[in-house]
Write a protein of this length. Structure first.
Length: 291
């Protein structure tokens, strides 16, 4: 895995403003940027998926036939490794980058399809549209505090789903997704549920949960949903909320300690997520018990 990604380093030397970034445990990196009035040439030893969040109408890409635009919210650009692209950003652009390597793509190939080609090549795409990509990054990446340990499962799930989609639709292999029928065996499901309960204070990853039943992340996630009716990251957040409610009503622990016990690294983030889920802040729920 690279110590840094060249596209990230290059943007840092230009007018682009970095708003957020996170390196996932897999080595994949996410970065949220904005830019305006900038000229950039990108040539990288890694792959970059660029997701337009807002504006971008005056973003121009240099082609053999001159400068072409076509950007806007929910457009995406895919810049494979060792491809050179030249950009003229003439007005506001807000975007998210996902940086990954061939090794990450091979890992996805092995986890999802139990095979890996000699080489992965990705298609170069500019100002393209894909409803699945839009849904994934808007659902998982934008409505999520990247710095919170409690969200590592959501972010790692999103990155795996995005890379799986790229392999399936924008690579030289374009494998069809394997069919998954049925849920987890009762004993296997109990093992996973017990593991989740015992580790709610930690940053749980999809790979951690899949390893408990010796399944690939892809097969585990789908079989878990079959068994429980919700995705693993949704279930884990539900259990964090249940644990938090219990501690708020049946203990005198300070809110900061409860946040940490439920996998949140700050009381403010815990309070925001709790209110979104329960309709009350942690303090308000505790106050109802004291009346």
């Amino acid at each position: 895995m690279p110590d840094h990604y060249e596209a990230f380093e290059n943007l840092s030397k230009h007018n682009a403003v970095l708003h957020n970034s996170v390196a996932l445990h897999s080595g994949i990196q996410l970065a949220a940027w904005s830019n305006k009035r900038d000229n950039i040439t990108q040539y990288c030893n890694h792959h970059t998926l660029s997701l337009y969040v807002a504006d971008g109408y005056e973003s121009y890409h240099k082609t053999a036939y001159g400068w072409k635009n076509g950007g806007g919210p929910d457009r995406f650009c895919l810049m494979p490794k060792e491809s050179e692209s030249v950009w003229d950003i003439r007005d506001d652009l807000t975007f998210v980058h996902l940086y990954c390597t061939d090794e990450h793509l091979r890992e996805v190939g092995e986890r999802v399809w139990d095979r890996s080609p000699a080489a992965f090549t990705l298609d170069e795409k500019t100002f393209s549209q894909d409803a699945r990509i839009t849904a994934l990054y808007r659902q998982f990446l934008l409505d999520c505090d990247w710095q919170q340990n409690a969200n590592q499962l959501t972010l790692s799930t999103a990155s795996t789903l995005l890379l799986t989609h790229l392999v399936q639709h924008y690579s030289n292999v374009q494998w069809q997704l394997p069919v998954v029928n049925g849920g987890l065996a009762p004993a296997a499901l109990r093992n996973v549920l017990d593991y989740i309960e015992a580790h709610l204070a930690q940053a749980l990853l999809l790979s951690d949960l899949a390893a408990q039943v010796a399944l690939s992340e892809y097969h585990f996630a789908r079989m878990f949903r079959q068994s429980m009716g919700v995705a693993p990251h949704q279930f884990v957040m539900q259990r964090r909320m249940v644990r938090a409610s219990d501690l708020l009503l049946n203990s005198t622990l300070p809110l900061t300690d409860i946040a940490l016990a439920c996998g949140f690294s700050s009381a403010s983030h815990f309070s925001n997520r709790f209110k979104a889920a329960k309709g009350l802040t942690p303090s308000q729920l505790r106050a109802t018990q004291q009346r």
